[in-house]
Design a protein around this ligand. Structure first.
Ligand code: GDP
Length: 439
């Protein structure tokens, strides 16, 4: 889903505008994780399209120095980085006549500089254009001179201009996605996979067996997205980037079987990957290190496949990862090659699930059935809407009323049931799924 980041000073009517975009009064309560300042988001639906609107919170100028605080600036820059498009909201005024309104402020200039520096596309939105006379002020060239592209006068309070703005937004995304898909044909983005596990479980043996398979072509071509540590391969014509494999291969060559790779190093590798192959030894029990790695993979929302190695030595193994029940386990022998040919198809399957998008209608029907089957309180649940708002991994929202949140009408146990049933209905093998409550 396209992300639109909303920027603006306090008092320009940003919350009203935010609520207008996402359809009052659905201001969303869940926070985007990993942000220090509040950053709310909501979904704006227009002409059968959904956009994610990310609100950065009101920004205040330091009155005395007339500048934005450093911390706040950092927050804004971070938000801009996430954006596919920026809505910069400010108040409309007749710039030419200084007696009837302030000129372009330092704040506006500074934000404009940040936006231009980021090279992200932006619409300059002039709020409080409640009547035709005020809308005319938008034609003043001084607004264009800020260099923030399209100027749109709107009234968040009465809705004037908001429809036009959203039409323009859809047009804009249509145009840019055409350009992007052309670029994509030239620069293929491979699926990123990494192999991790304790020393001696057989990672390098597995890598060599995988690379030795005749169906796999190790690309001789240099590749833009590929680091010196990575191996780009093609499986059934699909590119797959094995992350941080150099270390694994080197160790195999010099036959250093016991070598401590810090857990820290694995953490770094996991962060870069879409899907993690966690290799374990069939004869060993889960260690603290394995648990730490698993927790980290889950926390970082990665796809996961557990590869249980050395099945030539022992056939049965302990089911040891209750942490990620959804992860498929595959029993192989890297040494003799048993089941190794099943790994690439499994990776492709998990990748499909990691990117799975469920139609809104199907989700609505699904929830209706669950309410009956699981005897959820009809009175409360008939007002709940379910939607998907993201992939990698699939993320769903349950839209509820503020009073439901206040009364804690939606129980965690019920959310867990929905998760479980989602997994039964569609294939999410190998991928985490997320459910957030929104209002
Ligand atoms: P790494 O440290 O995880 O990269 O592990 P290595 O690939 O270096 O393997 C460690 C040891 O386990 C070596 O002696 C391998 O020959 C052995 N090994 C790897 N895979 C298998 C397997 O499937 N079966 C058996 N019996 N031994 C294996």
């Amino acid at each position: 889903m396209k992300k639109i980041v909303l920027l603006g000073q306090v008092n320009v009517g940003k919350s009203t505008f935010f609520n207008r975009l996402i359809g009052k009064p659905k201001a969303i309560v869940s926070k985007i994780p990993g942000t220090t300042r509040d950053r709310n988001f909501g979904i704006c639906h227009w002409q059968d399209q959904d956009f994610m609107i990310i609100d950065t919170g009101g920004v205040e100028e330091k009155k005395a120095q007339n500048q934005i605080e450093k911390e706040v600036k950092k927050h804004i820059i971070k938000a801009i980085e996430q954006a596919d498009l920026i809505f910069f909201l400010t108040e409309i005024r007749p710039l030419s006549d200084s007696s009837s309104g302030p000129p372009i402020s330092n704040f506006e200039r500074e934000i404009s500089r940040l936006i231009k520096k980021s090279k992200k596309p932006c619409f300059l939105i002039l709020n409080k254009a409640d009547n035709p006379k005020k809308r005319k002020w938008a034609q003043n060239q001084a607004w264009l001179k800020l260099g923030l592209g399209e100027v749109s006068p709107v009234s968040a309070a009465n809705g004037t201009g908001v429809g036009d703005l959203l039409d323009k937004t859809i047009e804009f995304f249509k145009k840019t996605s055409k350009i992007k898909s052309k670029k994509l044909e030239l620069k293929i983005i491979p699926l990123k996979v990494t192999i991790i596990g304790k020393p001696n479980v057989g990672k390098s043996t597995l890598l060599n067996t995988l690379l030795g398979e005749e169906k796999v072509i190790v690309s001789p071509l240099p590749h833009t997205t590929r680091g010196p540590q990575d191996t780009l391969i093609y499986f059934q014509k699909k590119p797959l980037l094995l992350i941080d494999t150099a270390g694994i291969r080197r160790r195999a060559k010099i036959k250093l079987s016991i070598e401590k790779i810090g857990v820290q190093k694995s953490f770094e590798t996991i962060k870069k990957a879409d899907i993690v192959l966690m290799v374990t030894d069939v004869s060993e029990n889960i260690s603290h290190q394995d648990k730490a790695l698993l927790n980290f993979i889950i926390k970082k929302d990665k796809g996961l496949i557990v590869v249980v190695n050395k099945c030539d030595l022992k056939k049965s193994y302990q089911l040891w990862n209750p942490l990620a029940q959804w992860a498929p386990r595959i029993l192989i022998s890297a040494k003799t090659g048993v089941n190794v040919e099943k790994i690439f198809p499994l990776i492709q399957r998990v990748n499909t699930n990691y990117n799975r998008w469920i139609d809104e209608k199907d989700l609505t029907n699904f929830l209706k059935e669950i309410i009956v089957e699981k005897k959820f309180e009809e009175k409360i649940w008939k007002r709940v809407k379910i939607k998907q708002y993201g992939i990698k991994p699939p993320k769903f929202s349950l839209q509820v009323s503020r009073s439901m949140i206040r009364r804690k009408s939606i129980k965690q146990a019920q959310i867990n049931i929905i998760k479980k049933e989602l997994r039964k209905r569609w294939s999410f093998e190998g991928t985490p799924i997320k459910i957030n409550l929104i209002t």
